[in-house]
Structures are given as structure tokens and as C-alpha cells.
Write a protein that binds this ligand. Structure first.
Ligand SMILES: [Zn+2]
Length: 291
């Protein structure tokens, strides 16, 4: 019951003007933490993995853990593959049981981006209810295997956005609007709110059709996050923050308990840190109580 693809979940969010948190995890403790936090807040949830941790842990293992956690949770939960640049690996993860796949061909020229994205859409829609996210324009920074320098990042052209959505058949859409992966260098990064508004009106103006995704959530100020949600962002990706919490909490715990050899206590400290971080996001995204 709780295993769902993202489209329905995000259409509801678009309609009701809140966003669902999509959190990148790299291990079991983080996955348990995001589920526990979302259950406690009665919030819908998207669990994401980048390609490297997905390959390291194996898609089938991740799917087995996801299904076990999701089936006993009273909230809808998706398992999403983030920024995959390889069409074949997208298909492999869809076969293994991921409920959403992101094909990131945004570094390709427009026509090739359409071709690869459509290929993944056709495959995923053909084997069942698996939704697909595509990206147009490029998000600067580093996310796993995708590296985009600031000066080569390009924002999404609204007219091309409409064509991209129509020709690929994507379920959810990530337009580049100036957000970045990693840690923002300034407190107020330059985001193109008007561009998001225009894209949102063009695609979802009459009725919600293709929910919009905001990448690079880590480090954005709460008022900025709320503005992006009010302008139509309904899937909000947070990755870097969870990595920092994992590493900083582990470092701090070991530093202050150098003579202790109890891994369970490190796990518990990490889990608590992640849960508190997710509470913060669920509150500012407005999705508490929406499950
Ligand atoms: Zn991203």
C-alpha cells in the first residue's frame, strides 16, 4: 500500500501547493531515519539514491530494504534513482523495483536529451507504474557522477521546456533555475524565480500535469524554499545535508568517545541527527500531515 510511484503523490502536492522532500541516502541507517521522520510527521516521502551508492549496495538489496520499510509504514514512500546518465542502468534499476527513475541527459544537446529521456520513459511506462524524471538546463556543482562547472551551467528555456515535456512523455520535470549541488558559496545564491513561475504556468497552468522538481536544496534559506514551493516546485531534493550529518555526527561521536567500541551508538547518533534534519525540511516544505 505504501509503495507508490512519484507522479500521483506529486500531482497532489502541486495542486495543494506544498512539496515532498526527496532525500538522498547512502546506507541503511539513513534510509531508516528518513522513513521514521516522515512517519512521525505523517508526510509523504521520496527516498533517493545516487548511482554510486546504488551500484555499491546493489539495486536489488536497496529495493528489498525499501519494500520492507515501506510496506509497514502508514505513509506513501517512493524509491527514486537520482541523476543517472546511463540509459541501461536506468532500465536495470526499473527492473529491480525502483519506483522512479531520473534520466539525466541534460549535458547532451536538446535533441539527444529528448531521445535518451524518451527511451527511459518508454521502457519504464512499458513495465508498469514507474515514473520518470527528466532535466533540462544544467544544475551547477557536483552530484555523484554529474559535474557541471558554474560557467557551463545553463538555465532552462521555458519554450523548450514545453517541447521537452511533450516529446519525452516524462512524469516529473527538473528545470534548471539557478540552484546548485553541494554547498552554496553565498547565503543568497542567484535563483531565477520568474523562470520557474513561467515554466510552472506553461506546463501546469490549467491543471497540474507534470510536477516540477527543485534540485540543490541543501543550504537554501527557509524563505527561499517556501517561495520556490509557492511558485510550483513540488519535489524538493536534499542530498549534501544528509552526507554532512552522517560524517560530522560520526566524527563528533568518535572524537568524544575515543575509547568506546560500540558501532550501534554511532548509528544511533547518526540516525537522531538525520531525523532532526528531516523534521526541519518536512516543516518548511509544508508536507507534514499530508500522507
Ligand atoms: Zn540534483
Amino acid at each position: 500500500m505504501s509503495i507508490v510511484d512519484a507522479k500521483e503523490m506529486l500531482l497532489k502536492a502541486t495542486e495543494e501547493k506544498y512539496a515532498v522532500g526527496a532525500f538522498n541516502i547512502t546506507n541503511l541507517i539513513q534510509m531508516e531515519a528518513v522513513v521514521e521522520a516522515a512517519v512521525n510527521k505523517r508526510a509523504p516521502l521520496i527516498i533517493q539514491t545516487s548511482v554510486t551508492p546504488s551500484k555499491f549496495l546493489a539495486p536489488k538489496v536497496l529495493v528489498a530494504i525499501y519494500k520492507t520499510l515501506a510496506e509497514s509504514a502508514p505513509i506513501p514512500i517512493c524509491l527514486h534513482l537520482d541523476h543517472c546518465i546511463d540509459v541501461e542502468y536506468c532500465k536495470q534499476c526499473a527492473d529491480a523495483g525502483y519506483t522512479n527513475i531520473m534520466i539525466d541527459a541534460s549535458k547532451q544537446v536538446f535533441k539527444e536529451n529528448i531521445r535518451q529521456t524518451k527511451q527511459v520513459c518508454d521502457y519504464c511506462h512499458g513495465i508498469g507504474s514507474i515514473s520518470v524524471e527528466g532535466e533540462l538546463g544544467t544544475v551547477s556543482g557536483v552530484e555523484d557522477q554529474v559535474k557541471v562547472a558554474e560557467d557551463e551551467a545553463s538555465l532552462c528555456d521555458p519554450k523548450q521546456a514545453l517541447e521537452f515535456v511533450d516529446q519525452t512523455g516524462i512524469d516529473i520535470f527538473a528545470p534548471a533555475i539557478g540552484t546548485a549541488h553541494g554547498v552554496y558559496k553565498t547565503k543568497n545564491p542567484k535563483l531565477d524565480f520568474n523562470r520557474l513561475k513561467e515554466i510552472s504556468e506553461l506546463i501546469n497552468g490549467d491543471e497540474p500535469k507534470v510536477p516540477l522538481v527543485i534540485h540543490g536544496g541543501t543550504g537554501l534559506q527557509p524563505d527561499v524554499v517556501k517561495k520556490l514551493v509557492s511558485l510550483g516546485g513540488s519535489k524538493f531534493n536534499v542530498s549534501t545535508e544528509l552526507k554532512h550529518t552522517l560524517i560530522d555526527t560520526t566524527h563528533d561521536y568518535i572524537s568524544s568517545h575515543r575509547d568506546e567500541y560500540n558501532p550501534g551508538k554511532i548509528d544511533a547518533a547518526v540516525k537522531e541527527g538525520i531525523i532532526n534534519g528531516i523534521y526541519y525540511w518536512i516543516d518548511i516544505l509544508g508536507c507534514a500531515g499530508k500522507a
